[in-house]
Design a protein around this ligand. Structure first.
Ligand code: SAH
Ligand code: SF4
Length: 340
């Protein structure tokens, strides 16, 4: 049986047509599920009893369980247990502009970036669209406040789970679903180039962030295995095409790791690489973890890197320090809870 969460509206419309009903019933079901947040078909009072019985045979209301929570003033971090016992995490952040949630897209990750906790666990499986969606719904229910922004930057590589990820995006973006505007949704990828082109053609206006983390192939291949498959110049080419086709700015994420990619030469090389591209650079001071030896550079070094970019008229920001107190970097809660 399928979960009613995680079904795209167009698929639900087809379902209704296949059982001889009008397709607008899909919109009605969406409103019950995502607006009124009912948990049973019997509560859908504008849908006839016959149809409700059919729906009950074909769909369930899936659930995932919160098994651990860590919080401070601005961050709440959730560990979820899925129906098959696997665990994933989400992080809720309180901003002045609203609540944003960072969700996971896979159990583990096969990209194997050397600095990342998530990649220490090989991919067990992809998350389904409903498991991605339920992270948002469950956290929203937990804090009883509307979540306005969604970022797909938790555990996993969303572009390695492209179809489920896109279904998820279509559902949260649907005006009768969660109605989260595309400008309020961001996806981050380690740079799976063919999927950047696919994403460019989706015509959806969701923000794209690329985990660059190095200004040249030598350093990048050392810390990100994926760079052996898709080199920096292929990423840059795809990004340029993406920008010209979508008219949207792209964000490059750049983690600063001591003595790996934080030198003055790296900053200058980065400037050369992205000069003239309509992009932002988001500098992320490395979040140290117990299991990986990398260090965060000191403040002076971070500021120096920032200043070099700034002086060269690059749009650059330093990521606000959110969850380091509750170890909110990618994958850390899960690996702590499993004692790894
Ligand atoms: N797989 C995707 C999305 C999830 S990772 C990607 O790699 O883009 C989200 C971001 O967190 C990536 O930019 C990743 O490089 C970064 N990240 C991973 N571990 C980190 C750490 N310990 N400190 C800071 N950022 C980290
Ligand atoms: Fe996977 Fe992203 Fe972590 Fe790399 S940084 S291992 S792609 S989750």
């Amino acid at each position: 049986m399928k979960s009613i969460y995680g079904i795209k509206k167009s698929d639900l419309e087809e379902y209704f047509i296949s059982i001889g009903e009008k397709k607008f019933k899909a919109t009605q079901v969406y409103e019950w599920v995502y607006r009124k947040k009912v948990l049973s078909f019997d509560e859908m009072t504008n849908i006839s009893k016959d149809i409700r019985e059919k729906l009950k045979k074909d769909f369930t209301f899936n659930k995932i369980n919160i098994v651990k929570k860590q919080e401070d003033d601005l961050v709440k971090k959730y560990l979820f247990e899925l129906n098959d016992g696997n665990k994933v995490e989400s992080v809720l952040m309180y901003h002045d502009y609203g609540l944003s949630i960072c969700i996971s897209s896979q159990i583990g990750c096969n990209m194997g970036c050397s600095f990342c906790e998530s990649g220490r666990l090989k991919k067990v499986r992809n998350l389904t669209s409903d498991e991605m969606l339920l992270q948002v719904l469950m956290v929203e229910e937990d804090v009883n406040t509307r979540i306005s922004h969604v970022v797909v930057m938790g555990i996993g590589e969303p572009f390695d789970n492209y179809d489920n990820f896109m279904d998820f995006i279509r559902i949260i973006n649907d005006p009768y679903g969660m109605a989260i505007g595309s400008r309020h949704i961001t996806v981050s990828t380690s740079g799976i180039v063919p999927r950047i082109y696919d994403f460019m053609n989706e015509n959806i206006g969701v923000n794209l962030a690329i985990s660059l983390h190095a200004p040249n192939d030598k350093i990048r291949s050392n810390i990100m295995k994926i760079n052996k498959v898709y080199k920096i110049n292929e990423i840059i080419k795809a990004v340029k095409e993406y920008i010209s086709k979508t008219n949207r700015r792209v964000t490059f994420e750049y983690i600063l790791i001591e003595d790996i990619n934080d030198s003055e030469e790296c900053a200058n090389e980065l400037v050369k690489l992205i000069k003239g591209i309509n992009c932002y650079i988001n500098l992320i001071p490395y979040n140290e973890t117990n299991n990986i030896g990398y260090k965060r550079p000191d403040k002076t070094k971070i500021m120096k890197f920032y200043d070099t970019l700034k002086k060269n008229n690059i749009n650059v920001t330093i990521r606000k320090e959110f969850g380091s107190k509750v170890s909110a970097a990618c994958g850390q809660l899960r690996s702590e809870s499993e004692g790894k």
